[in-house]
Design a protein around this ligand. Structure first.
Ligand SMILES: Cc1cc2nc3c(=O)[nH]c(=O)nc-3n(C[C@H](O)[C@H](O)[C@H](O)COP(=O)(O)O)c2cc1C
Length: 168
């Protein structure tokens, strides 16, 4: 099974969750940023697990990222803005026929979310959802993740791999 976990991550929390999910899926699963997850890298994927942070109550928009970039010097923790937004990655996603699952990192209590937009993008490229979207919680604006979230992410990865195996 070719499984790839794709993430957008400005401050590293979503990247850490993505790596834990890939570890849980098992050997051969890779965690790639939107910059690394090129059409060639993901070609033929059986499973795409895709995640992003919730910023301003939604999947970050390019306008939002521009604003963050413009005030990057003022942010307490410098954001990594070298990767394309998840929105633009989803827009450019080549058609596929694998399965998919979505996740987000976020505050415990906040309106809105990112996984709805991620799931719609994946579905419209042909990657049907195989699992309920997951939320991984941070303790502060820039993280860190709540205790136990990486363990939970790894366990979710293992569950996804098991469900894929059961289908095969
Ligand atoms: C500018 C900014 C806006 C945020 N807006 C929200 C929000 O509306 N809802 C929420 O649940 N979390 C919000 N967060 C928390 C982020 O979703 C959280 O820190 C996330 O894990 C960041 O992911 P990353 O480290 O992978 O970039 C916000 C954080 C920042 C820095």
């Amino acid at each position: 099974m070719k499984a790839i976990v794709v993430y957008e991550s400005l401050w590293g929390n979503t990247a850490a969750v993505a790596r834990a999910i890939a570890e849980g899926i098992g050997p051969g699963a890779q965690a790639l940023s939107t910059a690394q997850a090129t059409g060639v890298a993901i070609a033929g994927a059986d499973l795409l697990v895709v995640g992003a942070p919730v910023l301003g109550f939604r999947l970050p928009t390019d306008k939002m990222l521009k604003t963050i970039g413009a005030s990057a010097g003022k942010e307490r923790v410098a954001p990594d803005l070298t990767q394309p937004s998840m929105r633009s990655w989803l827009d450019a996603l080549p058609k596929g026929s694998g399965r998919s699952a979505a996740f987000e990192t976020r505050f415990r209590l906040s309106p809105g979310g990112a996984t709805g937009a991620i799931a719609r993008g994946l579905e419209s490229a042909g990657f049907s959802q195989m699992a309920k979207a997951q939320r991984f919680i941070v303790k502060g604006k820039y993280g860190p993740l709540r205790d136990g979230e990486l363990v939970r992410a790894k366990a979710w990865g293992a569950e996804l791999a098991k469900a894929m195996g059961a289908r095969a």
